[in-house]
Design a protein around this ligand. Structure first.
Ligand code: FES
Length: 110
């Protein structure tokens, strides 16, 4: 686990809620589902940039607060008739602590 970066505890995120983590490559939204699964995707909706962390979580999906596109939290894929995707990221939960991979904290090569 040494190479993973801790970003906080599961119990600091409300069920069916999210919090943002700032990375050098933009904000990622870390979600907690009703059944305590944790997912991380880009916070920025690919439609018009809505903040997905402020969306409505249902099951393992989130509905964008701006125009109601729905994204699968595990894959980042838009669902139904909506097209597009956000990047999804690996997360690891150990003893209630959430970890992300260190490459998220590195600046992307130009
Ligand atoms: S900005 Fe997300 S659905 Fe339009």
């Amino acid at each position: 686990m040494d190479e993973w970066i801790e970003i906080g505890r599961v119990d600091t995120i409300p069920r069916r809620g999210a919090r943002c983590v700032n990375t050098p490559n933009g904000k990622i939204a870390v979600f907690r589902t009703q059944d305590d699964q944790i997912f991380a995707i880009d916070n920025r909706c690919p439609h018009r940039g809505g903040p997905l962390s402020e969306g409505i979580v249902h099951g393992a999906s989130v509905t964008c607060p701006m125009h109601n596109w729905v994204f699968d939290l595990s894959t980042g894929q838009a669902q139904g008739a909506d097209e597009g995707e956000v990047r999804s990221y690996a997360v690891n939960v150990v003893d209630g602590r959430i970890f992300i991979t260190p490459d998220l904290m590195m600046v992307a090569a130009e």
